[in-house]
Design a protein around this ligand. Structure first.
Ligand code: EPU
Length: 428
């Protein structure tokens, strides 16, 4: 097991750039199979989810190579393949391969997907949409088996603006015969990034970034060169780290418009925010005030920042309420923050946080990616030493996390299995 050992108490100060978006990369890495030929992707973050996804593509005949920081995918010869169940189950977006494989081969089989354990995460919107596009999908023995005699354009209404369903169906529809309209589509920046990528491959997609997306099917797509935009969630995490450690952090190379919900909430809590055309700075020299936060689909407050914001608010003065409306059980951080001296309780979909003046270092466990990031931030702000276990969850979405935090003045070390005896003793 790998743990992060964090010596708390230093303010994070400095400037940084963040790598490309994990979630945009994962969606692009499904859709890349739609195009014949070679695609060159720049700025794909080297996190465990993208490494796993890139490896998975080889199961279907793609040739994949990381070269000088870019990912080269040759998807000339794609076959229905046989995916390793363990790999498919380890990431959610493995399921978004079903439509592209179907579009290329007329049939596809994939074990049911996994991903972070933050709620039930059904795939019913994907299945309904694929059926409307002319796919016949059955679940047999834990494996989704899909067939089509030809995909055709359709009108698809999503019951909820799901990012994943929008991405999966939009990509699949690029090779369908005729026009597809997706209503109540997600407007997340990662959807817009995927549409830009698909259009670069020769697709005809209009309206991405709005709730109505129109896709006019084309006969084929070709490989292309594309740069993945920067990761708004990694950026948000470092900005939140400035707030919780009473530091001063500037993230460059990002779109401030993608941070609107987060920075407005940090400002409301008392942090100082400055913005330029492609940077955001968060500075904080005092105790924050408790606030209310409610997660919503973009441009609302991102669910992926909910646990991190909760960590920040554990040290704010007064009571905060953080309401999660997207996932039913994204609360793995709560008990662990309480081990560190926080006063957080769950009431229905809300976490109620009674602010405390300080947190104390302890041994805690990451239950999922963003819970893990929240605990690292809490450890940076706590008095004494914190050990965060299950770093593998954090490695899914943060590239060079400990090095980046260290460069900003945090004290975070990655410790491998042999040294975890110390973690056990620390807990006793
Ligand atoms: N939903 C359904 N049926 C479906 C699809 C979704 O009921 O067929 C529900 C989900 O259960 C959830 C809501 O709709 O309650 C929204 O889910 P969505 O489909 O938008 O999420 P996702 O595509 O599975 C992506 C990100 C998540 C992020 C959400 C919301 C990736 C790989 N994952 O998931 O990222 O939380 O959008 O923005 O893109 C993370 O990075 O930590 C992470 C979990």
């Amino acid at each position: 097991m790998t743990v992060f050992k964090i010596q708390g108490g230093s303010s994070l100060v400095g400037e940084l750039e963040v790598p490309g978006s994990k979630n945009a990369s994962l969606a692009i890495l499904s859709s890349v199979l739609l195009g014949r030929g070679t695609t060159v992707l720049h700025n794909v973050p080297r996190v465990s989810d993208t490494l796993t996804k890139a490896r998975l593509l080889t199961n279907f005949g793609a040739e994949v190579e990381w070269r000088e920081g870019s990912l080269i995918v040759d998807s000339t010869d794609i076959h229905p393949g046989e995916a390793e169940e363990e790999t498919v189950r380890s990431i959610r977006t493995s399921f978004y391969l079903l439509g592209p494989l179907l579009a290329r081969n007329g049939r596809a089989e994939l074990p049911a997907p996994g991903g972070c354990k933050i709620g039930a995460r059904p795939v019913d919107f994907h299945l309904k949409g694929l059926a409307l596009l002319g796919a016949d999908v059955v679940l047999e023995g834990g494996v989704y088996k899909a067939r089509t005699r030809g995909l055709r354009g359709a009108e698809i209404y999503l019951d909820f603006p799901s990012a994943g369903a929008t991405q999966h169906l939009m990509a699949t529809a690029t090779l369908a015969d005729g026009v597809t309209v997706i209503q109540n589509a997600a407007v997340e920046p990662e959807v817009t990034a995927l549409a830009a990528f698909l259009n670069r491959m020769g697709a005809r997609i209009e309206g991405a970034g709005t709730s109505t997306i129109t896709i006019t099917g084309v006969a084929s797509l070709e490989g292309c060169e594309f740069r993945v935009p920067s990761d708004r969630l990694q950026a948000g995490t470092y900005l939140a780290a400035a707030a919780i450690t009473r530091g001063d952090v500037t993230v460059r190379g990002i779109l401030p418009d993608n941070q609107t919900a987060l920075v407005n909430k940090l400002r409301e809590a008392g942090a100082r925010i400055d913005e330029g055309p492609d940077w955001v700075r968060v500075a904080c020299d005092r105790r924050l005030q408790g606030i209310r936060v409610k997660t919503m689909p973009y441009p609302g407050f991102p669910t992926d920042m909910q646990q991190i914001m909760a960590a920040v608010l554990t040290l704010a003065e007064g009571t905060s309420v953080v309401e999660e409306t997207i996932y039913e059980s994204r609360i793995g951080h709560v008990a662990e923050l309480n081990r560190m001296g926080a006063r957080v309780r769950v009431e229905g979909r809300a976490t109620i946080i009674e602010g405390v003046p300080s947190l104390s270092g302890s041994t805690v466990e990451a239950s999922d990616l963003r819970a893990g990031a929240a605990l690292v931030l809490a450890g940076l702000a706590a008095e004494g030493t914190t050990l965060v276990k299950n770093v593998r969850h954090i490695d899914r979405g943060y590239e060079n996390f400990e090095h980046t935090l260290t460069a900003l003045g945090g004290r975070v070390e990655r410790i491998e299995a042999a040294e975890t005896e110390e973690a056990r003793q620390h807990q006793e």
